[in-house]
Every structure is written in C-alpha cells, then in structure tokens.
Design a binder for this molecule. Structure first.
Ligand code: CLF
Ligand code: SF4
Length: 499
C-alpha cells in the first residue's frame, strides 16, 4: 500500500473535518468561501494548520463576572478559556493597547488579539470595547477576538459588529437547565442573583440567542464546552448538534481541570476530569456533526505567543516602557512575514492537491493496517524541530490507512534545561515517558543516549531521523516504514471497516 497517496487523499468523513482532526485544516480550507478563508487562515485557534505558524495574545482587561461556574474560583482567571489556578495581571485598556503593539512589533507572527478574562469580557463592556476601539484604529492588521459565557451577549452583538470583531467564543456547557443548575449555582441578572434551574435557563436562552444573532451577521463563532464526567459528558453530543445547526463554526470540548488546591466547588467536592481517552472519544463522536478543535491549550488570560508557549514575561509593563516601538515600521515587517507564511501554507496545500489527484491514476491496494499513535516534539512551523529533552509538550498524531490526524497535545515537565546534563532529573524524564503512554514512536530533532534507552525500554521507538521535516510527511514515512518492515498487523475486514 502506498500511503503517500492514500493518506493525503483520504476523503472527509461524515461531513466533518477531512482529517477527522481539529480546527480547520488545509483540506477544509479549500471548500470555504474566500470571505471565511480570510477570517480563519491566520487565526491559530480557528485553523489547526495556522497554529503551527501564527501566534495569539490575550490582554487581561476584564476583571468582573456575571455568573458563577462550579469550576471557577474568582481569585483566578476565567476558567472558560484558561487553566484554573492561574492569575493574570490586570491591565487598563491603554496599557493593553501599549502591550499589544509591543508584542506585534516583537512577534510579527502574532495575528490575533483576544480578550478572555480574567472575568467575563462582556460583563466589563466599557473596558473591553475601549480596548477593541483603540486597537482597531491603531493596529488595524490585528484580528480581534473575544470569549464570553454568553449571558450579556445578545445586548453586545451590535457593539461587537461595530468593532469588526469576526471571532467570538461562547462557552456553552449545556442546553438543559437541569444540567445547567449542576454547573452554575447562580447568575447575576437585572441586578439580582438568580439561583439554580431558573438562572441556568436564562443563561442558556441568552447563549442560544447570542449565538444565532452572531451567525446571522456572519461573525464566526467557536463554542467551548467543558467536559464534566457524569454531569454533561453524554449531553455534549446534543450541544454539538444544536450549536452546529445554529451556524457555529467550531466546537472545542475541553477537559474539566478540578484540583482541591484551586478552591473551586468541583475541586473541593472531588469531581474528576475526563481521561484523555474519554475526551478523545467524545470529540470523535461529536466530529460527525461538527468541526472539532483539538489543539486548544487552555491559555491564560494574558497569554502571549504560539499556542502552547507563553512569552508573557517578556512583555511586563516595565519592560514595555523601555521599548522603542515604531509601529508603522513594524507593520511592514509584519506584512512581509505574513506573506512568507501564507506562501508556505499555500505550497503545502498545493502539494496535498497534487497528491490527491494522483490517487485517481494510481489506486492504492485495499489493505488496512492498525493505527499507530506518534508523539512529535516541535516548537512550531509544522516541522520536527525540537530536542526531546527541551519539549514541554508533545503533539500526538494518529497514523492510519485513512491518513494522519492530530489527536491532542500532552504536557510534560522539562527534564533537560540549559547545560544540565540529560538524565540528571531522572524522575522528570520518567514523567515524560509516562505522558507518552500509548505512543509507539516519538519524533524529535535530537535525543540523548539515556532517554533513548528508556523510551525503547518503555516500548516507544525514538526517532531523530526526520529533523526539520514537515510533521505530516515524516509521520507518513515512518508509518510506511512500519508497514514495509512488517511491524503492523493487517486488520481483518470487520476491524478495517471500523478503523
Ligand atoms: Fe484567545 Fe480564545 Fe480568541 Fe483563541 S484562545 S480568545 S479563540 S485568540 Fe485558543 Fe487559547 Fe484554546 Fe482559547 S488555544 S484557550 S481556544
Ligand atoms: Fe469564572 Fe469565567 Fe465562569 Fe465567570 S464565566 S465564573 S470568570 S469561569
């Protein structure tokens, strides 16, 4: 079987993402209208491909919130898009604009400015809209993005359209008030606190109304849902179906993170989060109806950089004050960098199209082999370019006879930093290897002798032969080698039908 053909040519399943993957891939992009392509091609959250190249930043300008979620402790950032237990430094709108311009001038790949907390951006309309207003005037090449719990959304839609905000995330955990009452103890509505089912019902109605109003105006909506086992896990399939029917572009099912030390209701009550397998199963079952995002990193409300990296420390207010920013000059550099990335992405897409048409002339045989999980160490640009010991996370891909699809990312502790000798912090290395459980191959640019041996002992094949190669191509090649070497069993007919 020639996988270089069949993997690239795999058709979309169930009308969802062509790779069964996350965000919008190159293949999906080709079917979108020009208008939508322009909106997503450089948004790292709305396009899985873009997240290897383009960066986002958040400014923490919105402290207040109008609801209470059982997974949130108000001492910290809004957990609807942030990891719980993280605190961001609050900025004034003016400081936020200054910071955004400093980041834009330093990281030309930064294309999107999001407001995602620390509370709910639309519960702080003056601060949120003042920031957007100044930025659309002073940095018009930056896309504006906002994330909300949805309670104040319908009343804000008009204002959002005025500021050219093309991307809105609504966190929708349920469409059933009974389930809602188990997630939201209260909402603050018309100057009153409303508890239980009654409050949840209002929140759900506002979310659904706001979603419809946004999609009617052509604004792209991503829906975030927090997966809470035993509370809304099964129900989220219904949520996915409904939000898609109302025109949501993307569904991001995120795992509940509940730790007692965060002081949240769920944390203290011992509510567990989903296992990676449970999360993947739910994402897969929603994927028939919806484009699923799987590359979310649950960023901080002041995150800066590529998804998965945090360069916030480089842009504290005192450091920004010392910078000499010529934004007009920076705009030119940004335009050139964006042009280069666009060309690279277009080339990638053209290559896929060429391989797809090759399938017609050269049909693959009908053998189907079992899928394999592979972990990749990368610091961006869609290539294998990171030392195993420097990786703080690995991207997990599944290679199968259907193609290469992104599954998730797994965070690990760094065990090899600076000049410290590899293997020095052995328990952290063991932790990394544990995090790669289920993977059969790890692809990285380099790897030390000791981790090499430990990975092999754990049944994971280290591979440093594809340094600086495109991730998809390298995975495809390694999978093909596994087939050629007889390392993979051929699936029998019934298994192949469901693989
Ligand atoms: Fe920020 Fe959110 Fe806009 Fe992205 S994040 S406001 S849509 S620019 Fe992205 Fe971060 Fe996940 Fe959010 S990875 S937490 S989905
Ligand atoms: Fe916390 Fe965000 Fe929920 Fe408000 S909407 S309670 S800030 S998680």
């Amino acid at each position: 079987m020639d996988l270089s053909v069949i993997n690239e040519a795999a058709p979309a399943e169930g009308g969802g993402c062509s790779s069964g993957s996350c965000g919008t891939t190159d293949d999906q992009m080709s079917h979108l209208s020009e208008d939508i392509k322009q909106k997503v091609f450089n948004h790292p959250c709305y396009s899985e491909d873009a997240h290897h190249y383009f960066a986002r930043m958040h400014v923490a300008v919105a402290p207040a919130c109008n609801i209470q979620c059982h997974y949130c402790n108000r001492k910290y950032d809004c957990s609807n898009e942030s990891r719980p237990g993280v605190v961001s430094e609050l900025l004034s709108p003016e400081e936020a604009v200054m910071k955004t311009k400093a980041v834009a001038a330093t990281i030309p790949q930064m294309t999107v400015l999001g407001i995602a907390g620390p509370g709910d951006p639309l519960a702080n309309p003056e601060r949120t809209f003042a920031t957007f207003r100044m930025l659309s005037e002073q940095a018009p090449d930056i896309k504006l993005c906002v994330s909300t719990n949805g309670l104040a959304l319908p009343e804000a839609v008009e204002e959002l359209s005025k500021h050219n905000i093309d991307h809105v995330t609504i966190t929708i955990n349920t469409v059933d008030p009974e389930i809602g009452a188990k997630i939201y103890p209260w909402i603050y509505w018309n100057n009153r606190r409303i508890h239980g089912v009654k409050g949840a019902k209002i929140l759900i109605e506002q979310q659904q109304k706001g979603l419809q109003m946004l999609t009617d105006r052509g604004i792209l909506v991503k829906v975030n849902s927090v997966m809470i086992p035993g509370v809304n896990d099964e129900h989220l399939k219904e949520v996915s179906r409904i939000v898609k029917s109302k025109g949501a572009f993307l569904h991001n099912v995120m795992p509940l993170i509940a730790e007692a030390e965060h002081g949240t209701f769920y944390g203290v009550m011992g509510q567990r989060g989903p296992t990676p397998e449970e999360l993947q199963d739910l994402q897969d079952s929603c994927a028939g109806d919806m484009n699923m995002m799987r590359h979310c990193r649950q960023c901080r409300a002041d995150a800066v950089g590529l998804l998965g990296e945090d360069r916030g420390e480089e842009f504290t207010l005192d450091k920004i004050a010392e910078m000499n920013i010529d934004y007009d000059k920076a705009m030119k550099v940004r335009a050139a960098v964006h042009q280069g990335i666009e060309e690279e992405l277009a080339e990638k897409q053209a290559k896929k199209a060429r391989l797809a048409s090759a399938t017609v002339a050269k049909p693959a045989d009908d053998k189907v082999y079992r899928p394999v999980l592979m972990a990749v160490a990368t610091s961006g640009q869609g290539v294998i370019n990171q030392h195993f010991g420097h990786a703080t996370e690995f991207l997990i891909y599944e290679a199968s006879s259907k193609g290469v699809r992104f599954i998730s990312h797994r965070k690990v502790d760094q065990y090899c930093i600076g000049n410290s000798e590899c293997g020095e912090k052995e328990s952290a290395l063991e932790g990394s290897i544990r995090a790669l459980q289920g993977c059969e191959v790890v692809l990285c640019s380099k790897i030390g002798f000791e981790p090499w041996g430990m990975l092999e002992d754990a049944g994971i094949a280290p591979n440093g032969e594809h340094a600086m190669e495109t991730i998809d191509d390298a995975i495809r090649e390694v999978y093909q080698e596994m087939i050629d070497n007889g390392a993979l069993e051929e699936l029998v007919e019934e298994e192949a039908a469901t693989a």
